[in-house]
Design a protein around this ligand. Structure first.
Ligand SMILES: NC(=O)N[C@@H](CC(=O)O)C(=O)O
Ligand SMILES: [Zn+2]
Ligand SMILES: [Zn+2]
Length: 437
């Protein structure tokens, strides 16, 4: 070491250290040197006071990774920017996020991928990745320049916001993407069935007199993609799955050894068409909230290890647009700053799983899908010192007015929850602390 001043040195003491990849769940210390994980265990080393975090009673785990967020830059900076979204991310415990390409213009070339990375680096909050469009202008007709985007560091490809409707285009997309070893993330939705629907097709859509979206719109495309991928064996990932039928399809595919991974949001676990406040557009999102039977099936899927990643699908929109009539308001809700306690409520408080399983779906599992597991997602020595420290017992009330996000479209405002992020550390640097917020 000599007399070199190492600013990114940190010792986190006495926390419940959970590192699912390495099967660690014990009360001990984590030492970071030169911004990287150096040692997990009992550390005797004397450190300056400002380099020590006392974490007794708290959970210390690899930094959370959200593989599905919308930061609206370029083009809709009034809704969210990479800067404001990154602040929201660290406040929620996220040390890596992946931006979706449904921006204006679409993220579909090297320059745009590099732009997102650069803005993320300059903000110095969370690591910011981007997926590129799977097809040109997300139109589902011609393939995008995947090779160039892969070269620029794209985290995968997706037309999120819409699914690729044409089966032969999807087959080509899977084949082409597999050459780069990157994930293809599909927003599974057959638009001939979802049509102009705005909520789940069923009792509630009839009651409210609103056009419905059939669960089959999701399930048919998911089933089709899995059949296509049987022989191609690309990295195929189903985004924000919402129905029991989707769970059954993925369960079967996994049993048959067909490559498929999937993700679920807090809202599809906790809310359903019965909990929708009438005509409140904070309950309008895509896919729509389904039924309590679907909530139960998704939780069961988590328990059985069918769900690979927990994501927020953080989708900021202007209040003025969300105030439009239900039929015309945009789809989507924000989620980064409320995700942890909501996942806790849905999965831990209900006794479905314990923290190590939950942490895995926020860390090593998404890291593997994204192919960033060489540097992130666990406490293996040499990985980046990306760490989330949270108090699993701290009670608080969700208040959208305290969010760092520019947006306020969140149906969980006012909810009493448990589980609060205390520190978010990136590369050994404290990028968020609840004491300073
Ligand atoms: N989830 C949503 O309801 N909206 C997303 C698009 C998407 O994820 O499909 C958005 O970009 O606003
Ligand atoms: Zn989507
Ligand atoms: Zn999305």
């Amino acid at each position: 070491m000599g007399n070199k001043i190492n600013t990114n040195e940190l010792l986190i003491k006495n926390g419940r250290v959970i590192d699912p990849l390495n099967n660690i769940d014990s009360v001990c210390d984590v030492l970071i040197e030169e911004g990287r994980i150096c040692y997990v265990g009992k550390v005797q080393k004397q450190m300056p006071e400002d380099k020590v975090i006392e974490a007794s009673g708290k959970i210390v785990c690899p930094g959370f990774i959200d593989m599905h967020v919308h930061f609206r830059e370029p083009g809709d900076e009034e809704e969210e920017t990479i800067r404001s979204g990154s602040h929201a991310a660290v406040a929620g415990g996220y040390t890596s996020v992946v931006c979706m390409p449904n921006t204006d213009p679409t993220i579909q070339d090297e320059t745009s991928i590099e732009f997102v990375h650069r803005m993320g680096r300059q903000t110095r909050k969370t690591h910011v990745y981007a997926m590129g469009a799977l097809t040109k202008d997300r139109k589902g007709v011609e393939l995008s320049e995947m090779g160039l985007m892969a070269g620029a560091g794209a985290a995968g490809f997706t037309d999120d916001g819409t699914g690729v409707q044409d089966a032969s285009v999807m087959r080509k997309a899977l084949k082409y993407a597999s050459m780069f070893g990157l994930v293809v993330s599909q927003h599974c939705q057959d638009s001939s069935l979802s049509g102009n629907g705005v909520i789940n097709a069923g009792f509630n859509s009839m009651l409210l007199g609103l056009p419905g979206m059939s669960p089959l719109a999701e399930e048919l495309m998911l089933w089709r993609d899995i059949q296509l991928n049987k022989s191609i064996r690309a990295k195929y990932h189903a985004q924000h799955i919402s129905t029991k039928g989707s769970v059954d399809i993925i369960r079967k595919a996994k049993q048959e050894g067909i490559p498929v991974t999937c993700e679920v949001t807090p809202h599809h676990l906790l809310l359903n068409e019965q909990t929708v406040a009438e005509y409140d557009t904070n309950y309008k999102m895509n896919p729509p909230l389904r039924t309590d039977e679907d909530n139960a099936a998704l939780k069961e899927a988590v328990k059985d290890g069918i769900i690979d990643a927990l994501i927020t699908d953080h989708a900021p929109h202007l209040q003025s647009e969300k105030e439009l009539e239900f039929l015309y308001a945009p789809f989507g809700i924000i989620g980064l700053e409320s995700a942890l306690p909501l996942f806790g409520k849905a999965l831990i408080e209900d006794g479905i799983i314990d923290w190590p399983e939950l942490v895995a779906m926020l860390t090593c599992k998404p890291a593997e899908i994204l192919g960033i597991d060489e540097t992130k997602g666990s406490f293996t020595k040499g990985k980046w010192g990306d760490i989330t420290i949270f108090d699993p017992e701290e009670k608080w009330q969700i208040d959208v007015n305290k969010f760092f996000s520019k947006a306020r479209n969140c149906p969980f405002h006012g909810w009493d929850v448990k589980g609060k992020v205390c520190y978010t550390i990136v590369g050994g640097e404290v990028r968020y602390s609840s004491e300073r917020d």
